[in-house]
Design a protein around this ligand. Structure first.
Ligand SMILES: *[C@@H]1O[C@H](CO)[C@@H](O)[C@H](O)[C@H]1NC(C)=O
Length: 222
């Protein structure tokens, strides 16, 4: 039992691309389901762009898992994903890509590519083509996703989610510096991250300026 716990813990630690972390970086972790429409739009319309603007200041961790039912059958775990078996497969596929890259920007692009492709159809060929962002072939990703590695990585993402989130009452979940954050408005992601960063990055100063100028326009009208 102890050994099992240690294996899980080491696995979770090794899932974190900690090489690039510096003291001043925020750790921003997104727990999501690859086929949940709101997760998809949250990532492609908000978090991805926010990440691009604040790249140097944040360490982005993407964890495709979500509302998964895990059951033990004949000493093996089986998983049921909220949006069906395709979602479990896609979570494994994404996990296989994420673990093979330490470059966060490529990781974000890879996930963004799949999430925007999946808007129109569940097209494994198109998802495979997204692998080129990481220098991987669709075949390599698929072999990993369908094999024990994909399943193990998926299980580790589940353990990680359990460590961070005690009550999964919303999907996606954004976690900043290991604490759950309730985002009232997805479009406020940049603003919220800027608050954590004390508005230091240039992109934050720009939104402050633009909101000030809007205020002054309103005041003039009064
Ligand atoms: C998780 O899935 C279960 C079973 O499908 C469902 O009853 C529950 O509402 C879901 N929770 C969330 C947060 O979506």
């Amino acid at each position: 039992m102890k050994f099992y716990a240690l294996v899980i813990l080491l696995g979770i630690i090794s899932l974190q691309p900690s090489l690039q972390q510096s003291k001043n970086q925020l750790v921003v972790t997104l727990f999501y389901e690859p086929l949940c429409p709101f997760c998809r739009s949250y990532f492609t319309d908000h978090l991805y762009y926010t990440y691009l603007m604040l790249q140097k200041y944040i360490r982005l961790e993407l964890v495709p898992y979500g509302n998964v039912t895990k059951e033990l059958h004949n000493l093996e775990y089986t998983y049921k994903c909220q949006h069906g078996p395709n979602e479990c497969l896609l979570s494994q596929f994404q996990a296989c890509g994420l673990i093979r890259s330490t470059d966060q920007r490529s990781q974000a692009e890879f996930i963004g590519c799949i999430e925007s492709e999946s808007k129109t159809a569940f097209n494994l060929k198109a998802f495979g083509a997204c692998g080129s962002i990481l220098g991987l072939s669709g075949k390599e990703l698929m072999t990993c996703a369908l094999g024990p590695e994909g399943l193990n990585l998926f299980g580790l993402h589940g353990e990680k989610q359990k460590l961070y989130i005690t009550n999964l009452n919303q999907i996606p979940w954004l976690v900043i510096n290991y604490k759950q954050v309730k985002l009232e408005k997805p479009e406020d992601t940049l603003k919220v991250l800027c608050q954590y960063l004390k508005n230091e990055p240039l992109a934050c100063k720009e939104i402050l300026l633009s909101s000030n100028s809007q205020n002054s326009i309103v005041m003039k009208q009064n």
